[in-house]
Design a protein around this ligand. Structure first.
Ligand code: HEM
Ligand code: NAG
Ligand code: NAG
Length: 479
C-alpha cells in the first residue's frame, strides 16, 4: 500500500516537474529568444501591469532589454509572448502583416470588444471596412469637417472659461466623443434622453481589470457598459432604418445603403461592433493626447510662445480675422505638427501593439514559433537614446526637417504598415484646431493634478485641473 502511495506521489511529482520544465522551456525548432516565462499560468502578467510613474521605457521592458537584449520572451495573460524593442523586427512585423503576422489581442479584449471588431478581422473583410472608415475620416471628409471641429473647440473653451475649474481629461473626452458621435451616427448628446458616453466610461474603467464577471467587479461593469451602449446603438440604427434620409451624411446612412446591397458581406452585428470600436478608439486616445499637450505647454513656456506665434501669424495673414481655419492654413502649421509629433512620442498612449505569428519565423538568429504572440513596444523605440538625443526631454524642435531622413522606422505612435491607425489625420486635425483656438483666445493656469501613471497605459489618476480665462483683447499683444 505504502509503495502504491509513494509511486502515485512520485508520478504526480514527476509530471508536475515535467510540466513546469515545459512551461519554462517552450518547444522551439531553433533558438528561442532569451527570457523568462515566469510562474506557471500567471507568467509575468503582474510585473507587466505593475503601475509606475516614469515616462521612460516601462521598467518591465527596460530591465529585460538590459538583461536579454531588445528581443526577449515572456508570458503574459496566459500566452507566450515575444517582446520586440528592436526597430528592424518591428519594421518586419508591420511589413509582413497578413503574411507572417496577424492582428491578435488578448482574449479578454476580444471578449470585451466583440468578436468581429476591426482589430480581429482579416483579409478582404478588413480592407472593405477600412475603406468605409477612411471614407469618413480621410482627407476629403476632414476638409469639410474643419469648421465643425473649430466650432466645437470654441464652444467648449468658451464654456470652460466661465467655470472656476475644468478637469481637462474628462472635458476633452466629452468634446471629442460628442464630435465623433455626431459624425458617425448624428448623435446629439444634448438632445438625447439617454447618455451614450456614460456607458463608455463604465466600459473603459473595467477594460484593464481581472476578467471575473460577477456583479460588483469592474469587469462586470465593463461588460454591462458595453451591452447598454450596444443596445443604444442598435436602437439608433433601427430608428434610422425606419426613417431613412435622402442624403447620405453619416456612417449609419452608409451602413444602411450597404446592407441593402445583395452581394454585401456586411451584417448589422459587424456594423454595430465597428461603431463601438470607433467611438471607443477615438475619444479615449485623443483626449489623453490633448491633456498631455496642455501639461507640456504649461511646463514649457518657450514652446507655448512659439506655438502662439505660429497661430497669431495665421490670424494676421487673414483678410477677416474672424473667419475660420482653412485647409491651407491647417497645412501650414509646421511647428504645431512638430509639437504634436513630440507629444505623442512621449505620450506613448499605445504601450504595446500585438500580433500573432502564423508560421515559425527566423529573425536575427532567433526562431519565433508559430502561434506565439508578438508585442511591438513603441516606447522602446520612441525613447531610444540612439534615435532621439535626450529622449526624455520634451523638445518639439527635434522634429525640424525630419521629413528628410524618413523617420517612420523610429516613430510608431500610430502603428505602422497596413494597419496604421485610420484616425491619424482626424487626431491631428482635432489637436491642431483645438490648439489654435486655445492659444490665440485663451490663457490658463494649472490648479491641480497633472501627475501621470502608467499601467502600462497612460493615465491621469487625479486628472489635470486648469483655470481658463479669455484673453483680454487689449492685452493680447502683451501676453
Ligand atoms: C492620439 C490618438 C490615437 C493614437 C495614439 C492611436 C493609435 C493607434 C495605433 C498604435 C493603432 C495600431 C494598432 C495595431 O496595429 O494593432 C491604431 C489603430 C486604429 N485606430 Fe487609432 N489612435 C488614435 C486615434 C484614433 C482615432 C481618433 C480613431 C477613430 C476615428 C482611431 C481608430 C483606429 C482604428 C479603427 C484602428 C484599427 C485599424 C486597423 O486595425 O487597421 N484611432 N491606433
Ligand atoms: C518604478 O519602477 C522602478 C524600477 O523597477 C522601481 O524602482 C520603482 O520603485 C517604481 N516606482 C513606482 C512608483 O512604482
Ligand atoms: C511627424 O512624424 C512623422 C512620422 O515619422 C513624419 O513623417 C512627419 O514628417 C513628422 N512631422 C513633423 C512636422 O516633423
Amino acid at each position: 500500500m505504502l509503495t502504491l502511495v509513494f509511486s502515485v506521489g512520485a508520478i504526480i511529482a514527476i509530471s508536475f516537474a515535467h510540466w513546469i520544465y515545459n512551461w519554462r522551456n517552450p518547444k522551439c525548432d531553433g533558438q528561442l529568444p532569451p527570457g523568462s516565462m515566469g510562474w506557471p499560468l500567471l507568467g509575468e502578467t503582474l510585473q507587466f501591469f505593475a503601475p509606475n510613474t516614469t515616462h521612460d521605457i516601462p521598467p518591465f521592458v527596460k530591465k529585460r532589454m538590459e538583461k536579454y537584449g531588445p528581443i526577449f520572451r515572456t508570458s503574459i495573460v496566459g500566452r507566450p509572448v515575444i517582446m520586440s524593442a528592436d526597430s528592424d523586427l518591428n519594421y518586419f512585423i508591420f511589413q509582413q502583416e497578413g503574411q507572417l503576422f496577424q492582428s491578435w489581442y488578448p482574449d479578454t479584449f476580444t471578449e470585451i470588444f466583440g468578436r468581429q471588431n476591426v482589430g480581429s478581422l482579416h483579409g478582404f473583410m478588413y480592407k472593405y471596412l477600412k475603406n468605409m472608415v477612411l471614407n469618413l475620416f480621410g482627407p476629403e471628409s476632414l476638409k469639410k469637417m474643419l469648421p465643425e471641429v473649430e466650432e466645437a473647440a470654441n464652444r467648449n473653451l468658451q464654456r470652460w472659461s466661465c467655470q472656476e475649474n475644468v478637469e481637462i481629461k474628462e472635458s476633452t473626452a466629452r468634446m471629442i466623443f460628442d464630435l465623433t458621435a455626431k459624425k458617425l451616427i448624428s448623435y446629439d448628446s444634448e438632445k438625447s434622453p439617454e447618455n451614450l458616453r456614460e456607458n463608455f466610461v463604465a466600459f473603459i474603467q473595467g477594460l484593464i481589470s481581472f476578467p471575473l464577471d460577477v456583479p460588483g467587479t469592474a469587469y462586470h461593469k465593463c461588460l454591462q457598459g458595453r451591452k447598454k451602449a450596444m443596445k443604444m446603438l442598435k436602437n439608433l440604427l433601427q430608428e434610422r432604418c425606419e426613417n431613412p434620409r435622402k442624403q447620405q451624411t453619416d456612417f449609419f446612412d452608409y451602413v444602411l445603403q450597404e446592407l441593402k446591397r445583395e452581394d454585401t458581406i456586411l451584417t448589422e452585428a459587424i456594423a454595430l461592433d465597428l461603431m463601438f470600436v470607433l467611438l471607443f478608439a477615438s475619444f479615449e486616445t485623443t483626449s489623453l493626447a490633448i491633456t498631455l499637450a496642455i501639461k507640456f505647454l504649461t511646463d514649457h513656456p518657450l514652446v507655448l510662445k512659439q506655438l502662439k506665434e505660429e497661430h497669431e501669424a495665421i490670424i494676421r495673414r487673414r483678410q477677416n480675422p474672424e473667419s475660420g481655419v482653412t485647409w491651407q492654413e491647417y497645412k501650414s502649421m509646421t511647428f504645431t505638427f512638430q509639437f504634436i509629433n513630440e507629444t505623442v512620442r512621449l505620450a506613448n498612449i499605445v504601450p504595446g501593439i500585438f500580433r500573432k505569428t502564423l508560421r515559425d519565423i527566423k529573425f536575427k538568429g532567433y526562431t519565433i514559433p508559430a502561434g506565439w504572440a508578438v508585442m511591438v513596444c513603441p516606447p522602446a523605440v520612441h525613447l531610444n537614446p540612439s534615435r532621439y538625443t535626450d529622449p526624455l526631454e520634451f523638445n518639439p524642435w527635434r522634429w525640424e526637417g525630419v521629413e528628410l531622413h524618413g523617420a517612420t522606422r523610429n516613430f510608431m505612435a500610430f502603428g505602422g504598415g497596413m494597419r496604421l491607425c485610420v484616425g491619424t489625420d482626424f487626431t491631428k486635425v482635432q489637436m491642431a484646431v483645438f490648439l489654435h483656438s486655445l492659444v490665440t483666445k485663451y490663457k490658463w493656469k494649472l490648479t491641480r493634478g497633472g501627475q501621470t501613471l502608467r499601467t502600462p497605459g497612460l493615465q491621469f489618476p487625479e486628472g489635470l485641473h486648469i483655470h481658463v480665462t479669455e484673453k483680454n483683447e487689449g492685452n493680447a499683444a502683451a501676453e
